[in-house]
Every structure is written in C-alpha cells, then in structure tokens.
Ligand binder design. Structure first.
Ligand code: DX5
Ligand code: ZN
Length: 231
C-alpha cells in the first residue's frame, strides 16, 4: 500500500480555537497540517500568514505544515514562511514570474517545494522542473474557498500526473485538494494521489466540544484508503 497521508485543511477549522483544533485532528491520526494562504488578489479571499504558522509551531505542533500559497507575487513571502516553520511550500505557477527561481528559493530556505495546478492549468509546467519539485498538488476545485464539489475530470489528470512522476523516478508526492470526502477518497487514491487535503470533509463535523470528534472521520478515511489498494 502506498504511503498515504491525510492533510486536514485548517481553512475549515474553528479559528478561535486553532491550536486545539490542530492538536485534536493530529491526535485523531492526521499526518500533515494543510495551511491555505489567500491574498485577496490571486484568489478572491483573504486568510492567514506566517504569524499564524509560527503560532502553531510555538503552540507545539510538530507535524509537517504544508503551506499552500494562493498569493501573487510569490517570492517575497517564501523566506517568511520558512522562518515561521513551514515544511512544504507550494505555489501556483501562474502566480510566479520565474517558476524555477521560486522553486529554488523554497529549497534554499530549507523547505520542500511544490507546484499547484488549477483545474485548467496544464501539467506541462512540470516539464523542465521535475528535479526541483517535492510535491505536485492538483486542485480539484477552483482555489479560494472551502466546501466546493470535487471536479471529476481531475481523476484523469491525477492518472496523467502519476505517470509523469513515476516515469521521472524522482521522489515526488502527489497531493489532491478540493472536495475530498470519505465517499470519494478511495477513487481519488486509485487514480494515483498519495496525499489528501480535506477541509470541510474533516472539520465539517465540528460544533461540539468532544476532543475525539475527528477520530471517526479519519478512521473512515483510512478504511477507504485500504480499500483503494484493491480497486
Ligand atoms: C481551496 C483550498 C483548500 C480548501 C479545501 O482553495 O486550497 O485547501 O480548504 O476545502 P474542502 O476540502 O472543503 O474542499
Ligand atoms: Zn489548499
């Protein structure tokens, strides 16, 4: 079975209790914290920056933090997130004037690098930079908001990305982001994803004070991922 990793998107968490939310979802078995950075310019929404990333580290979060930049320009903010404790920093190629430079800047800052593909962005952006990429992130919704529906055409794109990664021989994770839930995660894994962002699919069951409220949803996702191996 591939090394499947589940990355809850804190965009759908209760921001008034963010540290506790992250603790609870990690205790429930999540692997990575997905951290959505929106600038009200590249995408029509505004979220969180390096201060919040640093606050999570100071709170004691040791899991990898996967910073998904939906900002333009890209380069100015990369060192800030590296200092704030980011593990991965991914960005949208359309938002960078110099993709190769941005990727190098991320690795030179001590983080793992990644490119993010909107539903209509071609995978050809990978062609000359595969050796500089640690993560390929396919958006299965248009970026900007949680709670949207998974775009089914992403499954074919996942299969294509999986082929490109396998043929390259590089150690690159294939992440999917948008509309991932218990009922479609197996199909998404079977199409080639190994890293699964889910926001509303995990935090959507928030609302009560039970610290174990995420256990059941994470457990169901793991069961579905085991099933994917047999699809
Ligand atoms: C959307 C963000 C996602 C979002 C996913 O632009 O990149 O990470 O939080 O949310 P769900 O899982 O609710 O689609
Ligand atoms: Zn995201």
């Amino acid at each position: 079975m591939p090394d499947y990793q589940i990355a809850p998107s804190i965009l759908s968490a209760d921001f008034a209790r963010l540290g506790e939310e992250v603790d609870n979802v990690l205790a429930a078995g999540a692997d990575i914290v997905h951290f959505d950075v929106m600038d009200n310019h590249y995408v029509p929404n505004l979220t969180i920056g390096p201060l919040v990333c640093e606050a999570l580290r100071k709170h004691g979060v040791e899991a990898p933090i996967d910073v998904h930049l939906m900002v333009k320009p890209v380069d100015r903010i990369i060192p800030d997130f590296a200092s704030a404790g980011a593990s991965y920093i991914t960005f949208h190629p359309e938002a960078s004037e110099h993709i190769d430079r941005s990727l190098s800047l991320i690795r030179d800052s001590g983080c793992r690098s990644g490119l993010v593909f909107n539903p209509a962005t071609p995978l050809s952006y990978l062609e000359h930079v595969l050796d500089k990429v640690d993560m390929v992130l396919l958006m299965s919704v248009n970026p900007g908001f949680g709670g949207q529906s998974f775009i089914p055409a992403t499954l074919d794109k996942l299969r294509a990305a999986r082929r490109i990664i396998d043929e390259s021989g590089f150690d690159i994770r294939l992440e999917i982001d948008g509309g991932v839930k218990v009922d479609n995660i197996a199909e998404i894994a079977a199409a080639g994803a190994d890293t699964f962002v889910s926001g509303s699919g995990i935090f959507g069951c928030a609302g009560d004070d039970d610290p174990h409220r995420y256990d059941s949803i994470l457990r169901q996702m793991r069961v579905e991922l085991e099933r994917a191996a047999s699809i």
